[in-house]
Design a protein around this ligand. Sequence first.
Ligand code: FMN
Length: 200
Amino acid sequence: MTAALPRLDETALATLFTGARTANSFSSTPVTDAELASIWDLAKWPPTAANTQPLRVVFVRTEEGRARLLSHMGEGNVAKTETAPVTAILAVDTQFQKHIPTLLPFRPELKDALDGNAELHDSITSFNGPLQAGYFLLAARAVGLATGPMAGFDKDTLDADFFPDGAWKSILVVNIGHPGENPWFDRLPRLNSDNTLDWA
Ligand SMILES: Cc1cc2nc3c(=O)[nH]c(=O)nc-3n(C[C@H](O)[C@H](O)[C@H](O)COP(=O)(O)O)c2cc1C
C-alpha cells in the first residue's frame, strides 16, 4: 500500500510562501511563551544530516535581555528590533554530537567520529544550522507569526555576552511578532525558473 501525501491549500501556501513577508516593524500585541514553544514543535521535524539537529534558540523577551541584545545589533536593525515583542537568537551548538547516541541510536559511534574529525564536524554544523534556521522561519509563519531575520549584528560581542562558555555560536537574529505600522518594504523580485532550474 502506498501513501498519498496531502497538498496544502492556497491559504496555507500564501501563509508560508506566496503571501508571507518580512516584517520591519511590530505591533504591541504580545507573543506568549506557548506560541514560541509551538514554533519549535514544528521546526524540529524537518530533516537534518544524520538527524544531528545542531540549531539552538534563545527567545529574548525581557527588558534586560532586549537591552543587551540591542547593543549588538547593526545600526539599521536597532529600531525594528526595539519594536518586536520577542527576538530569537538562532545559534548552533558546537557540541551537538553529544546527543548522537540518542538521536541516531543505530549509529552511536558517529559521536566519537565527529569528536575526532573537525572538518566533518564543522561541515555538518555549517550546513545544518542554517538549514534549520530556514525551517524555523517557516514554522513561525505557520503558527501565524511574522518574522524579521537579520544577519546584521556583531557576532563576536553577541556570543561573548549570551554564550560566554563558547559552546553555542550565533548564526541569525530573528524578530518575531505581529506586523506594526508600515511593516513591509516593497516586495523584491524573485528569480524565475529560467534563471534557476536546469533539467537533465
Ligand atoms: C539570512 C538573512 C539575513 C537578513 N539580514 C537582514 C538584516 O540584517 N537587516 C534587514 O533589515 N533585513 C535583513 N534580512 C531581510 C531580507 O532583506 C528580506 O527577508 C528579503 O528582502 C525578503 O523580503 P520579503 O520577505 O518581504 O519579500 C535578512 C534576511 C535573511 C533571510
